[in-house]
Design a protein. Structure first.
Length: 70
């Protein structure tokens, strides 16, 4: 199992664009980080807080890999 971290608001997950810029997207397009103390994650959080993005929170995503038949 792998743990990844992302930022989520009422409008959706955050995707980093340019420096200090982001947009809200569905989960499968979100920026995810392997370290919750990542400088990029902190920068994204600051940008969202500066915009007073509603209901901002960090979420932990647990990814499991399982082989499936096709």
């Amino acid at each position: 199992m792998m743990k990844l971290y992302a930022l989520k608001s009422r409008e959706g997950y955050l995707k980093a664009e340019r420096e200090d810029s982001y947009r809200t997207v569905p989960m499968n397009k979100a920026s995810v980080f392997g370290d919750r103390d990542s400088e990029e994650l902190k920068q994204l959080k600051r940008a969202a807080e500066n915009d007073d993005l509603a209901n901002l929170k960090m979420v932990e995503l647990e990814i499991t890999e399982k082989e499936v038949e096709f």
